[in-house]
Every structure is written in C-alpha cells, then in structure tokens.
Design a protein around this ligand. Sequence first.
Ligand code: ZN
Length: 350
Amino acid sequence: MRGQQDSWTRRRFCQIASGAMLAATMRRDAQAAGATDDARAATRGVVIAPGDLATWPWPKKAKEAGLNTIALHAAPSACAAFMESDAGGAFRAECGTLGLAIEFEMHAMADLLPRALFEKRPELFRMNDAGDRVPDANLCVSAPAAVEVVCENTVAYAKRLRPSTGRHYFWIDDGQPMCRCPKCRGLSESDQALLLENAVLAALRRADPKATLAHLCYANTLKPPTSVKPESGIFLEFAPIQRRSDRPLNDPGIPAHVEALATLDANLAVFGRERAQALEYWLDVSRFSGWKRESLTKIPWDAAVVRNDIQCYAAHGVRHVTNFAVWLDGEYAKRFGDPPLKEYAAAFPA
Ligand SMILES: [Zn+2]
C-alpha cells in the first residue's frame, strides 16, 4: 500500500479536544456501544504478504509474541490462490490450533470488476477527468450493473477466503481515483467508496448476517463522507501512511500528525468507534525499504513511539490495532536478527 505524499489533504481541521474531555466522551461512547471495560486492544495484529509465510514461521512467532491476528495483504485472487494451496491450508490450520485470527486486507477492485469487461461494457468503468471511460482503476458507482458485479465477486471471494473474524477488507484501488461521470462527480471519493461499501456489505450479509466491512481512510479517502451514511456493519480503518515513524502520532509539533488525528476524529464522528481499526506502519519493512526489495532496510524500532501511539489510539476509542509487517520474513531475520514482535505486543497495555 504505497500512498502518495501529495495526496495528503492539506485542509485545516479543528484541534482535537483536550485529553480529559475526549476521555469522558469516549467513555460515554463506549457505554452507548455496549463495549466492555476490557482495556486490552481487541485486535493486536500484523498484516503480511502471503510470500512472507514461506520463509518465516509467522503463526508461531505471532503467538509467542502475544499477538492475536494475522492478515494477508495481496490481491483477492492472490490471497485466494494461496489459501487454496497446501501452504495456505497449513497456515489456516496452524492459526486455528494457536488461536490466531486470520483476515485479508486487500486493494481489490481489479479482481472485483475484472478489467477484461471493459471492451464490452465500458459503462461499468470510471470516467476520468477528460470525460473518457477508462479501465485503469475502480468503477462507476452510479452504474448499478458495476456495483452488482463487484458485489457478486466479493461474495465469491469471501467464501474462498473465510476470514475467521467476519471482518472483511475489500478496499478500492491503492490511491487511485474514483469516477468523474456526471452522476458520480458530485460525490467525493469517500462518498463513492462508501456507496459501494454499503452495497457490498448488504451482499456479504446475505451469506453471513454478522459480516462487517472496512471503509479505508487513506490517500484519496481521508475526508469523511458527507452525502452517504455508513450502514451498520461498516467500520472505519485508519491508515496514516503520511506519518513519520520517529515521532509519536500525537506530537503537536508535526503538522502531518496533527492533521492525521483530526482526520481520525472527523471520521470516527461518522463511522463510530466501536469497531474502528488503526492500520499502522511500525513494522512495515516494505515501507521502510521504499518498496524496493533490493533496499531491504532494518526497522527503525522505537518502543516509546509505538507505546505512545497505541495509547493514543486507545484514548480515541480505537480498540482494533494492526500494522503492516510486509517483507518481515526469513531473509529479513537472517540479515537483521529477530524483529521486535514481542516489543510490539508489549506496547499494548495489559
Ligand atoms: Zn460514475
């Protein structure tokens, strides 16, 4: 997931409320949501590439560290192919034995609306700023047939993937624009994404009434939706890729961090806190390496920053926390030694 720095919206947000006011608000929200008093994060996860499993015993390491969720990050077709392989079957079985949850976090539209349909059905695809239908990314959310195709394919992939938590992550394409057709252009990128997600959730719930679906707040969907309301079962996933890893997220001296937390608050106000998830980058070898495998870089681990960030998310009422650990594999361990998984898990309050 490589966002673009310049896509970080530079709008001014209100400062967040003081800590005491915020904590009181959150307690009320938690009580209203029927949340338990369990202060320990509900999700303490990692997001890795399927290939990382080939050279490093992730389930065993995650369990030893005290984590509880492993998500795979690739296209739905690649995740499904892996899970249907012998290695995928062994992964599912081992996670089951160890009590680890399995999820799949995926930029998905290229699989959900196959680009090969463009030749015969261009009206399903997005319109670009020049007014042309193009099969480069996403879809036209105002085309009922496009939404229908995406829903059908999502349900089919959900059956193949079977996340153990019922939490689904079928994201729009990575930082790619939505539709500019006359019907869509009045809707923001976030509104277009949510319009689709509401339909996808309804389709998923016909097979599993408890299914939930992420709305990813990231890149071009930082602003909360204003025209479309989330159906119950849509949860916020907040991925602050623009952040610095060497400073806490609530450092008031870093404008990008101040904006990030204002973005989080603005979105939590729309989506609620109960199921909200932070998707972080503390262990993301791929990001630290500039997404260049030949530049494999040691994680600049700072326990104090991660501890502070997790407390910050908890103070905002976010109890599901995961983070990318892509390319944290056998080669990484060989070159740099054991990664700080236990330190990561220890950053969650007991
Ligand atoms: Zn459209």
